[in-house]
Design a protein around this ligand. Structure first.
Ligand code: CMP
Length: 138
């Protein structure tokens, strides 16, 4: 698969009732849904998904938060998907995110920042396969 990215609408944005608005922004920006589900990460899932951050001081907080409630996981398709999606969501810290970006509009804080976006084509594929089986990706 090329031109795909993986996203999660995180527990803060789900709890705050922003699923519909965020999916609307994603569709308006020209991304096509290839897979999507409402699910919840176990602590073990969150630890594995964020393994790359294991040495960071916020790792425990990140794992607790990401397993604290339901998320929406999705695979999105568009030309230049990874880069364009990162522009659409804005900076990791919503206080630094540009006006009109999803994190600026919907995130609570740097830790509870509403959405995830893959940082490379390689990770997009790994993350998509972490959450979805082949028959769930269209
Ligand atoms: P994301 O880029 O989706 O994946 C890594 C996450 O770590 C990031 O979103 C933030 O939610 C979280 N994160 C990054 N920096 C901090 C921080 N300083 N404090 C708490 N969480 C952070």
């Amino acid at each position: 698969m090329s031109n795909i990215t993986f996203t999660m609408i995180k527990p803060d944005a789900v709890a705050d009732g922003h699923i519909g608005a965020i999916l609307g922004k994603i569709a308006e920006a020209g991304f096509k849904l290839k897979a999507m589900k409402l699910t919840q990460l176990t602590v073990a899932d969150a630890k594995k998904f964020y393994e790359v951050h294991a040495k960071r001081p916020f790792y425990g907080e990140l794992v607790d938060f990401m397993s604290s409630g339901p998320i929406v996981a999705a695979v999105l398709e568009k030309e230049n998907a990874v880069e364009d999606f990162r522009k659409l969501i804005g900076a990791t810290n919503p206080a630094e995110a540009a006006e009109g970006t999803i994190r600026k509009m919907f995130a609570r804080s740097v830790g509870e920042n509403a959405v995830h976006g893959s940082d490379s084509d390689e990770n997009a594929l790994i993350e998509a396969q972490f959450h979805f089986s082949g028959r769930e990706i269209f």
